[in-house]
Ligand binder design. Structure first.
Ligand SMILES: [Zn+2]
Length: 213
């Protein structure tokens, strides 16, 4: 075993960790030997619920097994994906908004299914945030803006304005060309000190509130 350079260390991965996590210990007597009595899908297929009987003490217990999924934070630290963390973040964004607990739970479930369906073992926390944004946008626009402002680290008013402009664009698909001659601009009053002899421009919407040079 001294011939040549050392082989790549990962040539033969040790499956010990994986095996250990698969051992299900009886919650009553800690025995590792249990028999599966019944198993069915849980959470619309993202997990498996198993009814087990301990071979040592005979007690029955239930396990819910989902494939492990790690969230990789920006710092590089990893932690197991937890739906309740998604739920907590979204609930915070929805504070005071007309959003039910059921809708929050459904959203968190949708996010978990989305990220698990990618079939990866690890996902960046930014990607989890992105997976939250889409359904949250459908649920409540204000909550969406709040969440996006934190997640995308909005720093300037312009960041909010750009996001709100996008929301408006989505809501009003066609350009309101026929509304151009609405005289709503008069409500704002003339710009201070602007002695403009010319009639108000037709594109008054765009110049509302802007100081004249
Ligand atoms: Zn037992």
């Amino acid at each position: 075993m001294h011939d040549g350079p050392a082989p790549p260390a990962r040539a033969r991965p040790v499956p010990r960790d994986e095996e250990v996590t698969r051992v299900v210990r009886c919650p009553f007597c800690r025995a590792a030997d249990s028999r599966v009595v019944d198993s069915r899908e849980a959470d619309e297929g993202s997990a498996i619920r198993r009814r087990r009987a301990c071979q040592a003490c005979g007690q029955r217990f239930t396990t819910v097994e989902a494939p492990s999924l790690l969230v990789i934070k920006r710092s590089g630290v990893t932690e197991p994906f937890r739906r309740d963390k998604v739920l907590a973040g979204v609930r915070k964004a929805c504070q005071g908004r007309p959003v039910t607990e059921d809708a929050l739970a459904a959203l968190a479930q949708r996010v978990e299914q989305d990220v698990r369906a990618r079939g990866v073992a690890g996902i960046a926390s930014d990607d989890v945030g992105r997976a939250i944004l889409t359904p949250l946008h459908d649920l409540d626009e204000v909550a969406y803006l709040r969440f996006a402002s934190v997640y995308r680290a909005f720093e300037f008013l312009a960041d909010f304005e750009a996001e709100i402009a996008l929301l408006r664009l989505e809501r009003e698909p066609g350009p309101p060309a026929d509304d151009r001659h609405e005289p709503e601009v008069h409500d704002l009053g003339p710009p201070a000190g602007a002695a403009v002899p010319a009639p108000p421009p037709t594109g008054a919407r765009a110049s509302g509130g802007a100081p004249a040079p």
